[in-house]
Ligand binder design. Structure first.
Ligand SMILES: [Zn+2]
Length: 244
């Protein structure tokens, strides 16, 4: 079979998986009459954002409001942005780990926030890779689960990273928004969530259990064991890889 035909079949197959899995992850919450009530009270997560100067404020606002719609409707969580800061322009050349360290340094004497998010561009290599074979689109730290770097300004990737701040028993699943893989039908087009935009029922239970967590302390699993002790801080599986 010729290569272009294989590529078309691959794309159609992935699109079918996307549609089927989206329906699957949507259906479970509609069956529970107590679903909405379980989301209350709403937790407002105090959020500091560092935004690259080249990213329009309107795009930053749209990202947050769309992510808030999905977080609030599924688990009663919403980001309350307490501060917009200008991100360092050199972040376009730095790794997500360096950006995380610099965010931490800037916020080290503060205790008035829960989560910090860097909205940055891909590095030149990352841009090339993400347009072809796939690259890191988002990152959440594994020590406190409160520092997020968003390379691709895509609300579902932000939502994926934010759910990592409340789900500790596992990193990814193939069903729902915690699928670790997105795809592009064509280079330079936005990434599509293969698993859909919803967390699974099991993941939602864990999110509701951890909803009021203290972000200044490392997350704990169901047995009360600190996850940061049991896991390597640098966990590449916590990043979303994109393919097309
Ligand atoms: Zn992830």
């Amino acid at each position: 079979m010729k290569a272009p035909m294989i590529k078309v079949i691959k794309s159609l197959l992935l699109l079918t998986i996307l549609l089927v899995s989206s329906c699957t992850s949507l259906s479970w919450n509609m069956l529970d009459p107590n679903f909405e009530a379980q989301n209350f009270p709403v937790r407002e997560v105090r959020t500091v954002i560092f935004k690259d100067l080249l990213i329009p404020q309107s795009l930053g606002d749209a990202l947050i409001s769309e992510a808030n719609l999905n977080l609030e409707s599924q688990a009663g969580i919403r980001l309350k942005v307490i501060e917009w800061n200008q991100g360092d322009s050199s972040w376009i050349l730095k790794s997500v780990f360096k950006i995380e360290a610099e965010m931490k340094q800037q916020l080290k004497d503060r205790n008035d926030y829960d989560i910090a998010i860097a909205l940055t561009h891909q590095t030149p290599l990352g841009f090339l890779m993400s347009s072809t074979v796939g690259w890191i689109s988002g990152y959440t730290d594994d020590q406190y689960r409160r520092f997020i770097v968003l390379r691709e300004k895509n609300p579902w990737i932000l939502e994926h990273e934010l759910w990592h701040c409340f789900i500790f028993s596992h990193d990814h699943s193939w069903n729902g928004i915690m699928s670790p893989v997105g795809m592009r039908l064509l280079p330079l087009t936005p990434t599509i969530p293969i698993g859909g935009r919803h967390i699974t029922e099991k993941q939602r239970k864990e999110v509701l259990r951890n909803k009021w967590r203290d972000f200044t302390k490392p997350p704990r699993d169901e047995e009360g064991i600190e996850k940061a002790i049991t896991q390597s801080r640098i966990d590449w599986s916590r990043c979303i890889y994109i393919n097309h």
